[in-house]
Design a protein around this ligand. Sequence first.
Ligand code: HEC
Length: 440
Amino acid sequence: MKPRASVGVGAAALSGLLFLGTTASAQSRVTYYEHVAPILQNHCMSCHQPAGKNLGSLVAPMALTSYEEARPWARAIARKVKAGDMPPWFADGPRGVFSNERGLTAKEIETLAAWADAGAPGGDKSLAPPSVPDLTVERDSGGYSLGTPDLIVKMPKPYFITDESEDVQGTFHTKIPEDLLPQDVFIRAWEFRAGTYKAGQDTVHHMCGGVRPPGFVENPADDAEGEGASGLSMGCIAGGSEPAQLPPDFGMELKKGSTITFNMHYYKQAGPNSGYWNQAEIGFYFAKGPVKYKVHSKSIGTTGFEIPPHKINYRIGAAETLQKDTLYMSYWPHAHLRATAAKYTATYPDGRKEVLLNVPRYDQSWQVTYKLKQPKLLPKGTRIDVEMLYDNSADRGVKRQFDPNVTVRNGPRTQDEMMLGFVSYVELEPGQSPPTTQQQ
Ligand code: HEC
């Protein structure tokens, strides 16, 4: 478990305030309704919803949607935002290019800290921002935020997470029946429904999805996180994720007879009656018109590595050179417990280098897909390097619950490692120009 709020931090901040008399009086005017509620609304509430109301049914530990809910958490909020842990975002570069980027300004962090230091006052309720429309109601009833999908694929059957379970990973495959998908189609959007909520419990921690081509035969040895070298990845969701939508004219091909892979991570406290059934699903939305840009996904990675016992900052890299002009749409670095950092770098044909993604604090429990607002055009001949760092130390082993005395190789279990730099991309045909539209 993570350490709770330390008293020392609060005391130090408070003495700072007393010393700076004028700042103290300015900061003591920070109130929930006027200053804090708008910040929580914009940056926190999508995940910190009351029981049963999380988007995609994935849960954050507590709701922060009212003064009563937020007040007891004031200290923890200040600590988490000052540490940069909340809202969760792990890339430090580049800034401003990802559509799902999260973050607070220095001023917002100061406001939340000052509010906690002032004793978390409520203030004048009439100054509260208008409440956010409740977008979750429809989703709770089994609805999808993008409307009724053209195709819903569920896990093959409900799966029971037993009373004793705490941390369970499972991979499930559903071959799409021919009557549901009689022909090949292009997909313009998809939305995950983790599908289970049980009051008072953390349930589905994260969920990943992948598409395997027709003729796919199940092989437990490569059942890793829904990816599979041969398949398309649809990424993962953790709490608060939004549906994946491609820009107009873009589509991902879904062939009839494909198999959908669900990789589920269930996480809860063990105890009597804590067990529950889960059957996650994915809704697909078909492209309406002709698709000009065909989206694929692949990983730039390697399976032939050995991380020695107790090694820190162990670097594993993989690279490839683009054979055509290519548009990159998103990045999803994928590794397990020992991974601490991930980086994607482009080296252009003229030798110029550009960091496409830098994740200095990799945390495998948040499987973030970094989605570009504007697809990134990379000319033929560009070399893409993906690097990841791993820490097989006793220190990290204690925190992440792994054994640092073993040599770690590629494998599907959380205790094994992976080194996969996924990209979703479009290869441009000769003469085809990139679009100017923004991704959502
Ligand atoms: C993407 C979803 C998401 C967003 C956005 C988010 N949180 Fe969280 N938060 C979580 C999850 C999941 C946890 C529990 C796991 C963890 O602590 O890492 C958590 C944990 C916390 C905790 C620690 C709770 C404890 O038990 O100690 C605090 C405090 C917190 N969040 C505050 C915030 C604040 C403040 C914001 C907005 C500035 C925010 N969160 C935004 C998902 C989110």
